[in-house]
Design a protein around this ligand. Structure first.
Ligand SMILES: *[C@@H]1O[C@H](CO)[C@@H](O)[C@H](O)[C@H]1NC(C)=O
Length: 353
């Protein structure tokens, strides 16, 4: 957490007292002195964003979805009727008091109602046609070596529309006259602009640092991947699709390669990293090879949870043959013993009679 606290630029009211200077010096020394593995100080998410998806079906029917995210991990939901936040983790409130959270939730409830009404009232002015979808993503993130950056982006029908950053509203290049019209309108709503600016540049950074700290046991945990190999649908005559499955790891960054010896294979295809339900990730990495060339290939998995002990799985390795033998022989032995016992008991029973 050392790194995070240093990065947060204090407001005027937070300027340090002289008595705090020695502490600050110590903190700075810890950051500047070599040998500290600062790269490893913070693993896990570095941003917080609120997402809004508003669907306007017709002049009377609209739906708002809201959610809160640390990178790609969801920690808040929004119940639109009656309009309240769902805290998905015990630490989702970060270091905000219940009162401050309640104020924010009230603000967002009023926002969703006002937003829906404003949009419906301005459908003609903005030449919108039902049905349409508006998406908004707003939040802040830690930049390495810099302060925290904040922004708000809006999209209409899946295309960038406007961006609000550093007190200014910038229409997206493809938004045409609508984007300019929207930014002109924003200047008339000075009160709302001020609230947005305060949320972005003051509330969000403060919340982000607090929630990263409150959730650090879960956010900075290390969970090792499991990996296994299989063959996919055959890509053509005489060819094989080798599939390396890697699942159950956290955090998200991972490197999976098909190798021959120490040589990474150029044709490796990596799929998207997909979420599992339990805040871990999974991934499939494939290689299309001539059937005769599959032997000797291996899948190598590098992940922070493994340290430098990469997982290496060999295609058609004797170890997997050994496993198959065990898988066949053990049940066979158990069955034989059961049968033998059954015969023996039957035999002794008959002898008694
Ligand atoms: C608006 O859409 C909703 C949901 O599809 C529908 O039930 C309702 O009848 C529509 N209203 C109008 C005025 O078209």
């Amino acid at each position: 957490m050392l790194k995070l606290e240093i990065k947060y630029q204090p407001r005027e009211s937070e300027v340090l007292l002289p008595s705090e200077m020695p502490l600050l010096l110590l903190l700075l020394l810890g950051v500047i002195l070599p040998g500290g593995d600062n790269e490893d100080v913070f693993q896990g998410p570095t941003s917080f964003h609120l997402k809004q998806i508003s669907t306007f079906v017709n002049s009377t029917w609209a739906q708002n979805l809201g959610s809160g995210w640390l990178d790609d991990l969801q920690i808040h939901g929004w119940e639109s009727d009656p309009g309240t936040a769902i805290f998905l983790k015990p630490w989702s409130k970060g270091n905000f008091s219940d009162e401050e959270m309640t104020e924010l939730v009230d603000l967002f409830r009023a926002y969703f109602i006002g937003f829906t009404r404003e949009v419906q009232d301005r459908v003609n002015e903005f030449q919108l046609e039902y049905p349409f979808v508006i998406q908004v993503i707003a939040g802040c993130e830690l930049h390495s070596g810099e302060a925290i950056g904040s922004s708000l982006k809006g999209a209409l029908g899946g295309l960038d529309f406007v961006r609000i950053q550093n007190h200014s509203c910038v229409p997206a290049p493809d938004s045409g006259s609508r984007g300019q019209k929207f930014c002109a309108l924003m200047t008339q709503y000075q009160g709302i602009s001020d609230i947005i600016e305060r949320l972005l540049s003051e509330t969000c950074p403060r919340y982000l640092l607090g929630v990263l700290d409150a959730g650090k046991a879960e956010l900075q945990r290390q969970v090792k991947p499991e990996a296994w190999l299989s063959s996919g649908p055959t890509p053509g005559p005489g060819r094989l699709l080798l599939v390396c499955h890697v699942s159950g790891f956290y955090p998200k960054p991972v490197r999976v390669m098909w190798m021959r010896g120490e040589q990474e294979q150029p044709g490796t295809q990596q799929g998207d990293i997909m979420p599992n339900a339990n805040w871990t990730w999974c991934l499939r990495v494939t290689l299309n090879v001539a059937a005769g060339e599959a032997a000797g290939l291996s899948c190598r998995v590098k992940h922070s949870s493994l340290g430098d002990q990469d997982i290496i799985l060999y295609w058609g390795h004797p170890a997997s043959l050994g496993l198959i033998l065990v898988a066949v022989i053990v049940p066979f032995l158990i069955l034989s013993i059961c049968l033998a016992l059954w015969f023996w008991r039957r035999w002794s029973y008959q002898n008694i009679l």
